[in-house]
Design a binder for this molecule. Structure first.
Ligand SMILES: O=C(O)CCC(=O)C(=O)O
Ligand SMILES: [Fe+2]
Length: 273
């Protein structure tokens, strides 16, 4: 019930901004803002390090990445409407993320607060994507295939159908549903749950006819502030369920993702025992 009302509130905000013509323009405005560009533009350097010929070399998009907690950006760093929307959206999406972590804890047979308490320093960040029309979409990708290197991601996509998830070796569309958000489980949930939860491989294909926008809210541990080792949760392990992964830190995993490039395989195979 709490989740349903959070989603409803987030959609009401999204539609309100859209009615005022803000949401479709705020990413473009952000890119034109002088101080913004320096710090936030295109954080995804991994898209330039492709190591498999089956993965296209370029992402046809403008994207920015920014941390909202524990240290939110200052109002001077964004055009005013963008900053207001980011801050406003954060409040509700944060509540939603925490409720999801409670449900995911219960799904593992643990206390509701287990995953929340387990984290040292909860971090919310945004990955905001603007995909302009692409004249030759078959030659590229909007966002190349990847898994999210977090615990859980809440994704808002507009009404253009381009998001796909890998299911049994086939790419399957995730159609936009008005009033719904997409929830992706990330690498750390797969690691902590010893493979009970799966970090979904996904991508956004390019679009010839129009632009598309998506906002991914990533819930993770603060890279800068945590040196905690994450491995399969001890309470879940037994003789029948021995650990499948060795432990790692959030920082180490994120650095690995940024430096290893993209080869279409799961980054978690690095920790497989
Ligand atoms: O644009 C999309 O639908 C997907 C974006 C995404 O997966 C990401 O930003 O991590
Ligand atoms: Fe993603």
């Amino acid at each position: 019930m709490r989740i349903r009302s959070s989603i409803k509130r987030l959609w009401t905000k999204f539609e309100m901004h859209q009615r005022h013509g803000v949401s479709s323009k705020w990413l473009i405005m952000a890119f034109q803002h002088p101080t913004f560009t320096k710090r936030y533009k295109e954080h995804h350097s991994f898209s330039n390090k492709i190591t498999s010929p089956s993965v296209p070399a370029v992402s046809w998009k403008d994207a920015f990445f920014c941390f909202m907690t524990p240290n939110p950006p200052s109002p001077q760093e964004f055009p005013t409407p963008c900053w207001e929307i980011l801050m406003d959206y954060s409040k509700d999406v944060r509540k939603l993320g925490l409720s999801l972590l409670e449900l995911l804890s219960e799904g593992l047979g643990l206390d509701r607060s287990y995953l929340k308490d387990y984290m040292d320093c909860f971090q919310l960040s945004y990955s905001c994507n603007y995909y302009p029309p692409c004249p030759q979409p078959e030659l590229t990708m909007g966002t190349i295939q990847h898994t999210d290197d977090d615990f859980v991601t809440v994704l808002l996509q507009d009404d253009i159908r381009r998001l796909q998830v890998l299911h049994q070796n086939h790419w399957v569309d995730v159609p936009p549903t008005p009033g719904a958000l997409v929830v992706n489980l990330g690498d750390f949930l797969q690691l902590l749950s010893n493979g009970k939860y799966i970090s979904a491989e996904h991508r956004a294909i390019s679009n010839r006819d129009g632009s598309r926008m998506s906002v991914a809210c990533l819930f993770s541990e603060s890279h800068a502030q945590s040196s905690k080792l994450y491995g399969p949760i001890t309470e879940l392990l037994s003789e029948d369920n021995p650990p499948k992964y060795r432990a790692t830190t959030v920082k180490d995993h994120s650095n690995y993702i940024l430096t290893r490039g993209v080869d279409g395989t799961s980054a978690l195979s690095r920790y497989k025992i």
